[in-house]
Design a protein around this ligand. Structure first.
Ligand SMILES: Cc1ncc(COP(=O)(O)O)c(C=O)c1O
Length: 393
């Protein structure tokens, strides 16, 4: 069984996960600090952790649960979707994180060979989900050079001219890897373009609560729109693996198809994790925004660390936990720069090519408390000054 001929083309033709490569890089450099992984530094609300501590002894959490999620959690999420997101015609399926939600959606909505649309720079796992499910015709659209917001005119033209029409368009709001915020009028414009073309729109709202400078995140709802959410970052629950899909209740058959996929992948999201999610929601949005507001200082420290790259090099960061920065023209090999920064300066970033943005890097400002972030920022600034002035020696 040594031959690659025995392995699936779908898996082999899928990009390698960049975060696994980053973890290898981190392991190889003693004392390196990471500004790479999209994580937050906080843990779930203490009150919620205390409550689930007792629950491990309850027999029900060791059994299987309902495929679509714990009824109490779905009820709480339906209320949250209505009150916070103004989504009143959506049904909820709880998944093992937003990544699994995305795979469920691709399997339920797309066939192998379909074409789909995303915008650069894109979230690498969404790209890989398309690749590994056989959706290999991935059209990558441009963003506005200044704001990085998806180019709606390009989308309209592409959906009109591509035959057959792409099946699905996906966007992340606010974005990963850029932190770019998509304002409601643009969201509506993209939605109308998709509707007119007879195409699904999938919006990943993983960072809905991660908004800065008074900007407000909003969601939209229609029978061609599916929204995805996550507990991972907001409630510091990355390892607990809980996310959810809000799909249009009126669309016939979608719930049944999603259930088939759910039943064959996790069966149900971990029950103890769902109970934690339910208790975390008791702490609620205010608890999350209290954590998020402290990230503004990290963003400021890292924006300053990136200043050697020049005034216009740094984009995004209106939301989420990311800044997106252009390397000087002569350093097109962003993987090489990332390796050099790790080995020589002990600081790790994500290379932009893994997100469809060669010559750029992604910097995460969520994973470190301010003191550690300041330390990482100092290393980064020193590294970038050397890169710009003397190159990679
Ligand atoms: C845009 C986006 N979607 C989904 C995920 C994955 O979230 P989860 O942990 O809920 O699977 C991430 C994590 O970085 C993300 O940035």
């Amino acid at each position: 069984m040594g031959s690659k001929g025995m392995l699936s083309r779908r898996a082999m033709d899928t990009d390698s996960p960049v975060m696994v490569q980053i973890q290898e890089l981190l392991k190889g450099v003693k004392g390196a600090v990471s500004l790479a992984q999209g994580v937050v530094y906080w843990q779930p609300p203490k009150s919620a952790l205390e409550k689930v501590r007792e629950l491990v002894w309850e027999p029900s959490v060791s059994r299987y649960g309902a495929d679509e999620g714990l009824p109490e959690l779905r009820e709480a999420l339906t209320k949250k979707l209505l009150e916070e997101n103004k989504l009143c015609k959506s049904s909820v399926m709880v998944t093992a994180g937003a990544n699994q939600a995305f795979v469920n959606i691709v399997l339920a909505l797309c066939d192998a060979g379909d074409s789909v649309v995303m915008f650069a720079p894109y979230y690498f796992n969404s790209y890989m989900s398309f690749q590994m499910t056989g959706v290999t015709d991935i059209l990558v659209g441009p963003g506005d050079p200044d704001t990085l917001q998806p180019d709606a005119d390009w989308l309209e033209k592409t959906l009109r001219e591509s035959k057959p029409t792409p099946k699905l368009v996906t966007i992340v709001n606010p974005g990963n890897p850029s932190g770019t915020y998509i304002p409601e009028p643009l969201l509506k414009k993209i939605s109308d373009i998709c509707k007119n073309a007879g195409c699904w729109l999938v919006v990943d709202n993983t960072y809905e609560y991660f908004m800065y400078d008074g900007l407000k995140h909003s969601c939209i709802e229609a029978n061609h729109i599916v929204n995805i959410f996550s507990f991972s970052k907001a409630y510091g629950m990355m390892g607990w693996r809980v996310g959810y899909i809000a799909f249009p209740s009126e669309v016939e058959g979608i719930a049944q198809q999603l259930l088939k996929i759910q039943d064959n992948i996790p069966i149900c999201a971990s029950l103890i994790s769902q109970r934690l999610a339910l208790h975390a929601m008791e702490a609620g949005k205010q608890w999350v925004t209290d954590q998020v507001k402290d990230l503004v200082k990290n963003r400021e420290l890292l924006a300053d660390a990136l200043s050697p790259l020049g005034k216009d090099a740094v984009k995004g960061g209106e939301g989420a936990i990311y800044l997106w920065a252009k390397l000087p023209e002569k350093f097109v090999d962003d993987f090489k720069v990332v390796r050099w920064l790790a080995n020589k300066h002990g600081v790790v970033l994500v290379p932009g090519s893994s997100c469809g943005g060669p010559g750029y890097v992604r910097i995460s400002f969520g994973g470190l408390v301010e003191k550690d972030c300041r330390f990482a920022a100092e290393r980064l600034k020193r590294g970038l000054e050397e890169l710009v002035n003397d190159g990679m020696s």
